[in-house]
Write a protein that binds this ligand. Structure first.
Ligand SMILES: [Zn+2]
Length: 228
């Protein structure tokens, strides 16, 4: 079984600093356009950001990056074998190509205007922002999907900082609260970035789901979506 990423960091920490206890650790995967990994200590917590390109990396590569980041953090010498292993992985043909592809894709994504035939997504966002988030959320690019897809009703794309909503909701017969419920869900993705518990991606965390239930007509909207 695959060792969890948090455990990998814990082990790397005990190797570097035996006898001391590991600070609270928070690890997130971020969509960096380049392979980029960061670590910092903030209020006694270690905050680690890993490029999402490393999400599928083999365990020994994750062990290497954990060692390198922690060694830098605590000004310890970086073990050569770990450094070499990491460089080999990042430099390998596959990941170079993948990074290139991701950059290309991120650069080229086509976004549509927020104003549809019936609904203006910017206006929907701002209204929900006031109602649920004290107006504090920075608005990402809001876009209708290119096609009238039923497979993906909405998604938040962190690489482009964009929320894309299926065009099927831009229809006069669509109740506004159903569209709002979809947009609200995607706004919660903005608020709760994907976090790791062990090696498992936790896309809809307990906090996420609790907050989703604060939408007053959530049950009604769910029922409507099921009938659609
Ligand atoms: Zn979701």
């Amino acid at each position: 079984m695959r060792e969890g990423v948090v455990e990998i960091f814990q082990n790397a920490y005990s190797e570097l600093r035996p006898g001391t206890s590991l600070p609270e650790l928070k690890i997130d995967f971020y969509a960096f356009a380049n392979v980029n990994n960061t670590i910092r200590l903030r209020n006694g917590r270690l905050l680690v950001r890993l490029s999402d390109l490393l999400e599928g990396a083999p365990e020994n590569v994750l062990r290497a990056i954990a060692h390198i980041l922690l060694a830098k953090m605590y000004r310890k010498p970086v073990d050569r074998a770990h450094a070499a292993r990491y460089r080999r992985y990042v430099g390998s043909h596959e990941i170079v190509r993948k990074a290139h592809l991701v950059r290309q894709m991120r650069g080229r994504k086509i976004l549509r205007p927020a104003r549809g035939h019936v609904f203006d997504l910017d206006a929907v966002f701002e209204e929900l922002n006031m109602r649920f988030f004290h107006g504090l959320m920075a608005r990402p690019r809001m876009s209708w999907s290119q096609t009238r897809t039923r497979r993906i009703l909405g998604h938040f794309d962190p690489a482009h900082n964009a929320i894309i909503i299926s065009r099927i909701f831009d229809h006069p017969a669509m109740p506004r609260y159903v569209l709002e419920y979809i947009v609200y869900h995607e706004m919660l993705h903005l608020k709760h970035p994907v976090r790791l518990r062990g090696s498992r991606r936790c896309v809809h965390s307990a906090e996420f789901q609790a907050e989703e239930r604060l939408f007053p007509r959530a049950g009604e909207a769910e029922a409507f979506l099921k009938r659609m």
